[in-house]
Design a protein around this ligand. Structure first.
Ligand code: ADP
Ligand code: MG
Length: 312
């Protein structure tokens, strides 16, 4: 496995136990996981669709329905609020994909530095080089006779700056070049059955270049947890703590949106702020009590909703 350390973080071969556990810990997003598994399987291994068709619709082998599905660019967009699990899922769903396709999955993550320093032509070269390397890896994932050996995933996290709309007025020439290079990079794989998936994560779907949004085979929208999802996250987090009945419900209520328009807690407000804060307030001498939990939850201000203004 060769990869350029200037362009990518160390390549990870999935499944690995840490990431498999991370995937499992993402709760309340089964609908996303489910759809992602299908989209990713078919994009990475179109033959799986052919096998399905042979079984269920043997007379339809040449139907354009299949071509339509196969000709899509292998681009998946993960969009939504901060702390909603985009990065966590992007970097772990390969474990699930590996299980369902029964091949290893190679996870490439583009480095922020690969976005260049703004010198003319630099962004274009870096993006072209990234696609070249990832493409070469991905092509090794299929044998000469078409058998699937491995799938390559490229994650471009916090992609906003890289691929924001070419129409944005304040945009530099160099950024426009970034979008163009990215489109060219992704287009060369459409319909080629190369076992490659590109996942682009963004907080600002609206700011993404429209051409890129159109290219995406699927867009997954991530949001703040609903009442039921908060319940699930908290129940999982405090499993076995033997808290008095009703306290989880109380927390679910406190962590929800307020009538004054304050948004509810994000997933990460729950898992990375509330839960650790509660444990550390009780540790080392006290047990966790309902009052303590209510205090901790009340003290936390939910992450403000992400707006394009806030990012500017
Ligand atoms: N659905 C979820 N279930 C449980 N924890 C979650 C979920 N989504 C996010 N988290 C937690 O929030 C953390 C931050 O999520 P992250 O993927 O970095 O958010 P984003 O990339 O959308 O800003 C994760 O590491 C995880 O601990
Ligand atoms: Mg993220």
């Amino acid at each position: 496995m060769s990869s350029d350390t200037e362009l990518f973080h160390p390549v990870i071969e999935l499944p690995d136990p840490t990431r498999a556990a991370r995937y499992q810990r993402l709760v309340g997003v089964d609908h996303i996981k489910e759809r992602l598994r299908r989209e990713a399987s078919v994009l990475a291994d179109p033959a799986s669709l052919t096998r399905w068709a042979a079984q269920h619709h043997p007379a339809a082998a040449n139907a354009s329905a299949f071509t339509l599905l196969r000709d899509r660019a292998p681009l998946l967009l993960f969009a939504g609020d901060v702390g909603s699990g985009k990065s966590a899922l992007a970097e772990s769903f390969g474990c699930d994909l590996s299980d369902s396709l029964r091949v290893p999955v190679l996870l490439y993550r583009l480095k922020l530095a690969a976005r260049g320093t703004g010198h003319v032509g630099e962004m274009t070269t870096l993006i072209a080089k990234s696609f070249e390397q990832v493409g070469a890896e991905a092509r090794r994932g299929r044998t000469g006779d078409g058998r699937l050996k491995a799938v390559t995933i490229l994650v471009v996290d916090e992609a906003d700056a890289l691929v924001q709309s070419r129409e944005a007025t304040q945009m530099h020439h160099e950024d426009r070049a970034g979008v163009n290079a990215f489109l060219a990079g992704i287009d060369q794989f459409a319909g080629t059955a190369t076992p490659l998936l590109v996942v682009l994560c963004t907080n600002r779907l609206a700011a993404l270049d429209p051409a890129l949004r159109r290219r995406a085979a699927a867009t997954f929208e991530f949001g703040r947890p609903t009442e039921e999802q908060r319940h699930q996250v908290l129940t999982t987090a405090f499993d076995g703590f033997e808290l008095s009945p009703g306290i989880i419900d109380k927390l679910v209520e406190i962590t929800g949106p307020r009538s004054d328009g304050t948004p509810g807690f994000t997933f990460s407000d729950l898992t990375q702020r509330l839960v650790p804060a509660a444990l550390l307030r009780a540790y080392p001498f006290e047990p966790i009590t309902p009052d303590l939990l209510v205090d901790v939850a009340t003290d936390i201000t939910p992450t403000p909703a992400f707006t394009d203004q806030a990012a500017a």
